[in-house]
Design a protein around this ligand. Sequence first.
Ligand SMILES: O=P(O)(O)OC[C@H]1O[C@](O)(COP(=O)(O)O)[C@@H](O)[C@@H]1O
Ligand SMILES: [Mg+2]
Ligand SMILES: [Mg+2]
Length: 341
Amino acid sequence: MKIKPYIHNESSLAYSVGETLDRFIKKKQDDFTYASGELSQLLRDIALATKIVNRETNRAGLANIGGAFGQTNVQGEEQQKLDVIANIRFTRALTKGGEVCAVVSEEDDEVIDLQNSSGKYVVAIDPLDGSSNIDVNISIGTIFSIYRRVTPIGSPIQLEDIMQPGNKQVAAGYVLYGSSTMLVYTTGCGVNGFTYEQSLGEFFLSHPDMKAPNDGKVFSINEGGYNQFDQGLKNYLKVCKEREYSARYIGSLVADFHRNLLKGGIYIYPSNPKNPNGKLRLLYEANALAFIAEQAGASATDGENRILDIQPTSLHQRTPLFIGSSVMVKEAMSYLAKEKV
Ligand SMILES: O=P(O)(O)OC[C@H]1O[C@](O)(COP(=O)(O)O)[C@@H](O)[C@@H]1O
Ligand SMILES: [Mg+2]
Ligand SMILES: [Mg+2]
């Protein structure tokens, strides 16, 4: 009996899909210090909830899923139905998964104690990012940060388990529900992106080892608040325009960040007299994207300090955000600093 070795050929007849997320997580598990499979399982739990939320976002216009939910959240923002649906789906998946002891969510005032004493991880999540774009069919997202609890497993959750600076994240990621759905994450060993193949119900590796261009020609900022901007920021924007950089602003942080991560660019949500700390939240928006940015060779600051070094003091605290290609972030910082001397 003859035995023929299998030779993988890239015939054009059947294009080879990338590696599945599951297989990739398994393979990468050993990269992780505490590799015992719990973090891998947690990433799978998030991926599962993502598939369900993806289905809901795809049919938001049809099944009466669009529109306001009729309540406001702790931010004073009117919750959209999809904010609430996504929050339920992720919290449920994290509860069922069994790896998480506590969740911090944009949509919940308090820390959610999952009553799971064996859970080693704390998750901070923005279940649905870009809520103002849900009803107009523009890309939206999900953002998540994962920390290892610091108090003994089995003991009651303490503030110190939750109020950890971003440089303590063990993993972080975002999902982009756009023309295709992507999940991008890091465990501190580089950044990888996976695209969802709806018909197979699987995420496949499509963007291995993502690296952000060092510099770019795109700036993303809502200039509607221009009159309130610091003079330093106005000066930086003036330079961007003199250089005829492109202004791009989708109004969904995940989508603006993702474009700039791939193409080069800077996203800025500054402070202003009305919102001295800007709009975006440190624990479940800025920290996760800052971890990914740095892992991809980009940068993230609050205008002065590295986002990942900010010590959190409250659950829903806000921070100004300057994130993107490191040359651009550095230059923007220099313009801000000039005005401060
Ligand atoms: O409308 P503005 O003030 O430009 O704010 C847009 C920003 O607010 C956000 O929608 C805030 O996130 P949520 O939608 O999760 O509340 C970001 O996605 C986006 O970048
Ligand atoms: Mg958000
Ligand atoms: Mg949100």
